[in-house]
Design a binder for this molecule. Structure first.
Ligand code: HEC
Ligand code: HEC
Ligand code: HEC
Ligand code: HEC
Ligand code: HEC
Ligand code: HEC
Ligand code: HEC
Ligand code: HEC
Ligand code: HEC
Ligand code: HEC
Length: 503
């Protein structure tokens, strides 16, 4: 487990305590040097006795220490321990090479009671992080001459590493490499230079972000946070008033020129107001909160279409069944719904999960002009009716999804005797009653997420057999273990089947 990732800042403090315990510490212990004994006051190591920790003192001004201590591994002089006395930095802190330990420690505030920060690392690793007296540069592990990971060093693509949680008091360290205009900075950061002699700061246009820029990534996607640690998609009323409202308003005029009104994109309602807040989707869509059954409105982007019908099928469908790669949390949804790029237009993207591809092959496709899908196994590979205006009554329109073929080309084709002799190629509901109280009839559409037509014992076609009025005699269909190999016992079209196997 990454202790730092789990325990956060307190984990760092704890790690520090463990480290220091192993070093002896001001409480007088094993590692103490005999000539001087307990030179510093108790609590000096970790700051637990109410004063600053020794690290914080060193960050405040290491020359106050170098009067007596050497910053080297070799101990020179009178026996005063050096800053790198074996066992202290960092061997006594478990997993120090783990980014969740040393990285979080570097990102702490300068002068923090813990003694962390990028400044603190510079004491031993050199002002430019090339090694200094520790002889350990940061670059070899990171793969770039930086005291941090490769670009973009932002929480994108599942990475938990981000520069956004570095305390801004480290700005002067960043300035060594990231002054405005540096080739290491992303393009257009910042748009306007800071007035001359402005001290380096993260958000004052001396480095990467200017006052006219957002303290958060643009686009502000799911999982990203701003300088105050708040996200976009999970913004609450409290976070809005404490943070976003310095620059943004929902409607009216934003306090900061350049910060768009939330209503630019959230056209229906305020996304932090009660009832239309995060998770409801109702700031832009009409429907039940969270759209569990899809939208239920009449206008874009909430056209109900056939959502209700599909979400009510016995097969549990998810939004990704048809909106694979788009929908909430995706870059596609954000981009398409970003009114700053241009007014969003329908139809929304539809991309079928490959599980539902028809047997005849060919990728499933959505035709926006007609709002129809093709190559979908649920519809037997046939082109579907239009999503919004089309209709399909599955109790009467069997042929909209089924075909009769001597050799089936679709998973649900009616094969065998259906085509031969031709007498059997009649109205389907002459022999199949999909309203029967038997599993085979009731479970029609239950296993659409499998390719099998029949998932025994749920979907036995024999369970659906009920003969039409012209059939006389015993009028029974007896089943065998093999579907399709049951026997008719009846008289029809002048023939006596007594009994006769279907296939
Ligand atoms: C006037 C000399 C002097 C100055 C200045 C000084 N120290 Fe020390 N320090 C010592 C001596 C002597 C010891 C060893 C005695 C001991 O273990 O208590 C020591 C021990 C330590 C220890 C190890 C403590 C232990 O119990 O293992 C740390 C850590 C330390 N100093 C940090 C610092 C820092 C950080 C500074 C600057 C803010 C500093 N010292 C300034 C003389 C000094
Ligand atoms: C033993 C190898 C090693 C050394 C030496 C090292 N790092 Fe790292 N550091 C890593 C690894 C691995 C990561 C994860 C990202 C990556 O692979 O680049 C990381 C990530 C970080 C992060 C990102 C943490 C986050 O949560 O965003 C910071 C900050 C960092 N290191 C600072 C430093 C500094 C400062 C130094 C030099 C004083 C240094 N590292 C030296 C291995 C190392
Ligand atoms: C008092 C001196 C000192 C300070 C301060 C210091 N380091 Fe180090 N660091 C060392 C020395 C010496 C080594 C090499 C020996 C070792 O691993 O302990 C080292 C090694 C490392 C390593 C490699 C560890 C490994 O297991 O391979 C990392 C990562 C690292 N330092 C990061 C940092 C970061 C980040 C900071 C600032 C938060 C920092 N160091 C502050 C002295 C220091
Ligand atoms: C010693 C020089 C150096 C220092 C100091 C430094 N960086 Fe960097 N930074 C780099 C380099 C080199 C890169 C390019 C990394 C790469 O090759 O991917 C970079 C890239 C970045 C990026 C990615 C930019 C992009 O194009 O996506 C961010 C963010 C960043 N640094 C933030 C910081 C912050 C925050 C600090 C201060 C805590 C800092 N850097 C300190 C050298 C430095
Ligand atoms: C310090 C001012 C400031 C704060 C605080 C701030 N923003 Fe912004 N925000 C901006 C600016 C400026 C832009 C326009 C950036 C641009 O176009 O480059 C922006 C743009 C945005 C955008 C549109 C991004 C896009 O993809 O076009 C969203 C969404 C956003 N902010 C949400 C938030 C949220 C949510 C918060 C609070 C958690 C917040 N902002 C806090 C200044 C701020
Ligand atoms: C800022 C307004 C906004 C919010 C909030 C929003 N949507 Fe959307 N959504 C849209 C727009 C606009 C479209 C149509 C975009 C297009 O044409 O691609 C859309 C389309 C979709 C689509 C169709 C696929 C796609 O990516 O276009 C799905 C699925 C969807 N939204 C689900 C949701 C869910 C679930 C939520 C709530 C968790 C939500 N949306 C919140 C504006 C929004
Ligand atoms: C540039 C367009 C844009 C602007 C401006 C914008 N948002 Fe969003 N916002 C979106 C989109 C798109 C989504 C839906 C993202 C998704 O679900 O994938 C969204 C989702 C949200 C959600 C989650 C909604 C839900 O139902 O789950 C909240 C909360 C939110 N935004 C808050 C804000 C706040 C607060 C502001 C103003 C500071 C703002 N947004 C400005 C585009 C924008
Ligand atoms: C059976 C396939 C299917 C499933 C499952 C499905 N959708 Fe859709 N959805 C579509 C089609 C087709 C459209 C395109 C209709 C249009 O653009 O008019 C669409 C469009 C949308 C739109 C945009 C409506 C508009 O006015 O353009 C939203 C929002 C949406 N779906 C949300 C959802 C959500 C949320 C879920 C999951 C609860 C979901 N969908 C499940 C097929 C599906
Ligand atoms: C919307 C398309 C669609 C329509 C309309 C449709 N079916 Fe089906 N049918 C399927 C699919 C797909 C399967 C195979 C997968 C399943 O049932 O889950 C299937 C399977 C069957 C089966 C064999 C498995 C079972 O569930 O019993 C029979 C028999 C059947 N259909 C008869 C009919 C009859 C008779 C009608 C008209 C009353 C009809 N179907 C209308 C798509 C359709
Ligand atoms: C003359 C009676 C009859 C008619 C008419 C009929 N079927 Fe069948 N069908 C059967 C029998 C019998 C079975 C096999 C039952 C079993 O599994 O033992 C069957 C099986 C099926 C199956 C399962 C796959 C297969 O081929 O074994 C499907 C799908 C099917 N029928 C669809 C249809 C459709 C669609 C129509 C209308 C075009 C239709 N049937 C017309 C009697 C009929």
């Amino acid at each position: 487990m990454r202790r730092g990732g789990f325990l956060g800042r307190w984990g760092m403090a704890l790690a520090g305590l463990l480290a220091l315990a192993a070093c002896g510490g001001g409480t007088g212990a094993a590692g103490a040097v005999p000539y001087y004994g307990n030179y510093h006051p108790p609590g000096w190591i970790d700051g637990t006795r109410g004063q600053k920790a020794h690290g914080a003192e060193a960050v405040a001004g290491v020359s106050a220490c170098t009067r007596c201590h050497e910053i080297s591994i070799l101990k020179v002089g009178s026996g005063v321990p050096t800053c790198m006395t074996g066992g202290c930095h960092h061997q006594s802190t478990p997993n120090f090479a783990d980014p969740a330990v040393h990285g979080l420690r570097a990102k702490l505030a300068v002068g923090d009671v813990s003694g962390g920060s990028f400044f603190s690392c510079e004491i031993c690793h050199g002002k430019d992080f090339s090694g200094g007296s520790s002889a350990q540069a940061c670059a070899p592990c990171h793969g770039t001459p930086a005291p941090h990971p490769l670009r973009p060093w932002r929480a994108v693509g599942g990475s938990v590493l981000t520069h956004a949680t570095s305390d801004p008091s480290n700005a002067a360290v960043c300035a060594q490499c990231h002054l405005a205009g540096s080739s290491l900075n992303p393009a257009d950061h910042p748009a306007l230079p800071a007035p001359a002699a402005t001290q380096p700061g993260c958000f004052n246009a001396t480095l990467c972000h200017g006052g006219e820029l957002a303290p958060h990534p643009v686009p502000f996607l799911a999982g990203l946070t701003d300088a105050a640690g708040n996200g976009h998609l999970n913004a609450t009323a409290a976070a809005f008033s404490a943070d976003c409202s310095t620059c943004h308003a929902y409607a009216g005029t934003s306090p900061a020129t350049g910060a768009p009104l939330c209503s630019v994109c959230h056209r229906l309602a305020d996304p932090v107001a009660s009832g239309t807040q995060a998770g409801t989707c109702l700031s832009c869509h009409a429907g039940a909160p969270g759209l569990p059954l899809g939208p239920s409105g009449a206008a874009f982007p909430s056209v109900a279409g056939a959502h209700a019908k599909h979400m009510a099928l016995p097969t549990a469908l998810t939004c990704d069944t048809c909106h694979a790669g788009s929908g909430t949390g995706t870059g596609a949804h954000y981009t398409n719904a970003n009114a700053r790029n241009g007014a969003p237009t329908g139809p929304a993207p539809v991309s079928m999960d490959a599980v539902f591809q028809s047997q005849s092959g060919g990728a499933t496709a959505f035709t926006t002009a007609s709002l129809t899908c093709s190559n979908v196994s649920c519809h037997g590979g046939q082109t579907t009716p239009g999503w919004v205006a089309g209709t399909l009554n599955s109790a009467t329109q069997c042929m909209a999804c089924h075909k009769v073929a001597s050799t089936g080309t679709q998973y649900n084709d009616a094969s065998g005797r259906h085509a031969n002799p031709s007498e059997h190629n009649t109205t389907c509901d002459y022999c199949h009653d999909m309203g029967l109280a038997k599993p085979g009839a009731q479970n029609h559409f239950k296993h659409l997420d499998t390719i099998a037509v029949r998932v025994a014992p749920d979907q036995l076609p024999s369970d659906t057999i009920l003969f039409g009025p012209n059939v006389t005699g015993a009028r029974t269909y007896t089943t065998t273990a093999t579907p399709g190999r049951g026997n008719c016992t009846l008289t029809c079209h002048g023939q006596s089947h007594n009994p006769e196997q279907w296939q």
